[in-house]
Write a protein that binds this ligand. Structure first.
Ligand code: ZN
Length: 494
């Protein structure tokens, strides 16, 4: 092509873009292989009801992981798990409150999970006087003497978010954070919360959550639970008799502990560079969702379409495109098991990496990238104190400018944001190790962790644009002369 024709063509395309209100997106090698149809087809497959919501530690998670590994194989990725496979198995350490537990207040014998919920999964033997403190918002915490006592309080919604469109057990957690911490610090040996109308409403969700218990990986703080003051919830009607003075509470909480398997799924797209092929852009997602739970809107399977099938199929498309059009560096796709149980797969992988940790040049993680306003998104890890690599952030922001041009929300990346979103996905363990790390997300919505997070509710145009944005960023990482550096002053607020 001559220079003149090139200029004419450029001028024409500028006119075209001005006429049609579009901007020219610089071409980037390999991006054309990312197709909306593939994303949509695979997302429908992964969020299909036959995977039963892919709950961590169940055969459903394993089944979905095997399905995903097969997609990695079809994409031409090399197995990069353990023993020449796509898999890295690890044990979930789980604790649950046992049915052998017993709770008696005065002469009332409470039936576990019917009359009383046990919110703290930890063993305890308490035999102590009960004190009723009245409505929570009227207690003078400076004056009350609760040392050595079992404390009962009437829950009130004062100052608590009662927006129950989000997972409804959060209400009980908010109450405990607001009142319980002080009472325990002052020496209370157990707390009994008496339901208000909101706690009554959230009872089935809170119950399910508390029955589930706690999970961790070997060596984690919750792997082996030690004795803690019981945190109990009782029905609204209990207010009538719990106020009676001079009662004694006898609380015996027993815990059942066991392990079972979860799995990381790992594949790589190797470049041909003799030196830099040993460095990786790590693409991250999680296969697990929330299984089968309470019925909401005629469905009880929590399909996890946005959270997080959207990211899994996107990262697979990015890895496939990098396999077809390699750069200097390689790509490592790590789909982390049991994310929803406390980032367990990513914590396990960073402690037992299948490639040297020092070979990970950058981590591009995603969590929920297919919902909300078509023109907006968020990049977590782009604002201090979460920003750990100005270099990588510049890659991602440039990639956004050159590609989808999302309006980027930065509020959710602030340490003051009440959701603490930065701390809730798989980039975190990598960032803590000082590896340049980012999280792509289109943020929460009212279907989050409900059965309505299904494939039909995904915005596939937006998912395609998010995938292209991640690809453009990954492309910069694999093509760069120098890998992204970590900012020297990086320090997370917690
Ligand atoms: Zn998620």
């Amino acid at each position: 092509m001559t220079l003149k024709s090139l200029l004419t063509l450029s001028l024409l395309s500028v006119c075209f873009s001005l006429l049609y209100g579009q901007t020219i997106k610089p071409a980037v090698k390999g991006i054309e292989s990312i197709r909306l149809e593939d994303l949509k087809k695979q997302l429908y497959e992964m969020a299909d009801p036959h995977f039963n919501g892919r709950s961590a530690g169940t055969l459903d998670e394993i089944k979905a992981s095997v399905w995903f590994a097969e997609k990695m194989r079809e994409a031409g990725l090399t197995p990069a798990g353990e023993d020449g496979t796509y898999f890295q198995f690890f044990s979930l350490w789980r604790n649950q409150t046992s049915k052998q537990s017993s709770i008696t207040i005065g002469n009332h014998v409470l039936q576990l999970w019917k009359d009383v919920l046990v919110a703290q999964t930890a063993p305890a033997e308490v035999n102590a006087p009960l004190i009723y403190l009245g409505e929570a918002n009227k207690i003078d915490f400076a004056k009350v003497d609760v040392s050595g006592k079992v404390v009962a309080i009437q829950v009130v919604p004062d100052g608590i978010n009662t927006n129950i469109s989000l997972p409804e057990w959060r209400y009980s957690r908010s109450i405990h954070v607001k009142y319980g911490t002080d009472l325990l610090a002052k020496g209370a040996v157990a707390i009994i919360y008496i339901n208000d109308q909101y706690a009554e409403h959230s009872w089935p969700y809170a119950k399910e959550n508390f029955i589930r218990g706690t999970y961790d990986i070997e060596g984690g703080a919750n792997a082996i639970v030690t004795s803690k003051p019981p945190i109990l919830w009782v029905r609204k009607e209990a207010a009538e008799w719990i106020k009676t003075e001079g009662q004694v509470a006898k609380i015996s909480i027993k815990i059942e502990s066991y392990t079972y398997p979860s799995v990381n799924i790992i594949g790589k797209a190797e470049s041909k560079d003799p030196v830099l092929s040993k460095e990786y852009v790590l693409l991250s997602g999680h296969p697990d969702a929330h299984g089968i739970r309470n019925i909401i809107g005629n469905d009880s399977i929590y399909h996890g379409a946005d959270d997080n099938a959207s990211v899994n199929v996107a990262m697979l498309a990015v890895a496939r495109a990098l396999k077809k059009s390699p750069g200097k560096r390689s790509a490592l796709l790590v789909i982390h098991g049991a994310e929803e149980r406390g980032l367990l797969g990513s914590r396990w992988f960073t402690a037992h990496p299948t490639v040297p940790i020092s070979s990970i040049a950058a981590v591009l993680n995603g969590d929920m990238i297919g919902r909300n306003n078509p023109d907006s998104a968020a990049l977590l890890g782009s604002v201090p104190p979460h920003k750990n690599s100005s270099h990588l952030v510049a890659f991602a922001l440039d990639a956004n400018k050159e590609g989808p041009q999302f309006k980027l929300d930065t509020l959710w990346d602030k340490p003051t944001h009440k959701e603490g979103w930065y701390f809730r996905s798989d980039h975190l363990p990598y960032a803590r190790l000082g590896i340049p790390s980012l999280m792509y997300t289109t943020l929460l919505h009212s279907d989050y962790h409900t059965p309505q997070d299904n494939a039909a509710n995904i915005d596939y145009e937006k998912l395609l644009k998010m995938t292209q944005w991640i690809y453009r960023t990954a492309r910069k990482v694999v093509d760069a002369e120098k890998r992204p550096t970590t900012d020297s002053n990086f320090k997370l607020e917690r």
